[in-house]
Design a protein around this ligand. Structure first.
Ligand code: SF4
Ligand code: SF4
Length: 373
């Protein structure tokens, strides 16, 4: 099982799609759910409880999460020293990666770092100077011996040209990324009316995905390299290995849960404080017997549910966007799946000729990449 360990709700950045949206969203209705806004700002339960909890699952993977988890350096060290986990992963904005000693950094199997594209775009969304500090820190941890996977984790919305920005990260960035995942900022806030999501998704994002899939497969053809562009990798994996009944691909609510700062367990980090979804407490729950929570309609009636998996449990239950607005998000999912599906004959030919290997399409699932953006 995978567990996001929410170490703190505090962050050292004020990104447009997170802090900025939260400010605009303060008074909005929360679909009738009761939310506990009084949770502790920092992890407040005994780390020994977390160890006892994890020891009941030999495959326990812990993902440090926040806020910004690296604001809790001492807590990270204590957990890595005292808690059993098969793997440790961190999802971070990268600004403080140089503050954690290499003996800890080098134990992460994966680091997901928030980078939205080139310097201008990343700094536009995340604040001036962010990109440079993150890139310097990534070079620093590589120099200090980190050899695990580094995934550029982009948040994508109207200012993003997906084709140009992903290509830039893998081809032009001075710290070239071979693993990239992106998530659409869509359906998470009560913001549809003030966005221009329709125009952007139809005129920029969906065509950009089609060009990007072609680029991805062309790179396999030219160089025998399968770039780890997670949305493509995840769908191609399902199609290659004949898995057409995927559950929610982020794993939320069935294989991937989150542990709040007070120790309560919830299906995903975004469901922070939503009391209707408290599934137990780290002090007494069995990690292998947690209640499962699945997406409902419209996903369960959707013809591509088996490949999409439902995109997002949080969006599905909170319905921050109306059904009509959410259809636009589903169109992006359909475009993504159709485009990868159309590329499969080219990919299968490359596998058949041993230009690329089937193993190149394998990855650690539920590692915090949601697959469906
Ligand atoms: S495409 Fe939309 S409706 Fe269909 S399964 Fe995915 S999120 Fe649900
Ligand atoms: S995709 Fe949705 S349900 Fe899954 S982890 Fe992200 S916010 Fe949670």
């Amino acid at each position: 099982m995978f567990f996001h360990v929410i170490l703190t709700t505090e962050c050292n950045l004020e990104c447009r799609y997170c802090f900025g949206e939260a400010l605009e969203d303060l008074d909005s209705d929360f679909s009738g759910f009761e939310v506990d806004y009084s949770l502790p700002r920092k992890i407040s339960y005994d780390v020994a409880l977390l160890d006892k909890f994890c020891r009941r699952d030999p495959d326990c993977v812990l993902i440090f999460y926040g806020g910004e988890p690296l604001l809790c350096l001492e807590e990270i060290k204590r957990i890595m020293d005292c808690v059993y986990a098969k793997h440790f992963i961190v999802q971070t904005n990268g600004l403080l990666l140089d503050r954690l000693a290499p003996e800890y950094v080098n134990r992460f199997s994966t680091i997901l770092v928030s980078v939205d594209g080139d310097e201008a775009l990343t700094d536009f969304y995340r604040g001036k100077g962010t990109f440079r500090r993150v890139v310097e820190n990534l070079k620093f941890i590589r120099r200090n011996g980190f050899n695990g996977e580094i995934i550029a984790r982009m948040t994508v919305m109207e200012q993003t040209d997906i084709y140009r920005q992903v290509r830039w990260l893998v081809e032009n960035c001075e710290f070239p990324f071979s693993s990239v995942h992106w998530q659409l900022n869509a359906g998470f806030w009560n913001d549809f009316e003030r966005r221009r999501f329709k125009e952007w998704s139809e005129e920029s994002y969906n065509p950009g995905i089609r060009k990007l899939v072609d680029f991805w497969v062309s790179r396999m053809e030219r160089e025998g390299v399968v770039l780890r562009l997670y949305p493509f990798l995840g769908i191609a994996n399902s199609l290659l290995f004949g898995r057409r009944k995927e559950l929610l691909r982020c794993g939320a609510g069935w294989i991937n849960y989150a542990i709040q700062t007070d120790g309560h367990i919830i299906p995903c980090p975004s469901m922070w404080g939503m009391k209707d979804f408290y599934l137990g407490h780290v002090g007494n729950a069995d990690p292998l017997r947690l209640k499962k929570v699945f997406v409902g309609e419209p996903c369960t009636k959707c013809d591509i549910f088996g490949l999409c998996g439902g995109r997002c449990l949080y969006a599905n239950v909170t319905k921050r966007w109306s059904d009509d607005a959410y259809i636009l998000v589903c169109k992006t999912v359909r475009n993504l799946i159709d485009t990868v599906d159309e590329a499969m004959p080219r990919i299968r030919k490359l596998v058949g000729r041993k230009r690329v290997r089937l193993e190149d399409f394998e990855f650690m699932k539920y590692n915090s990449c949601e697959i469906i953006p």
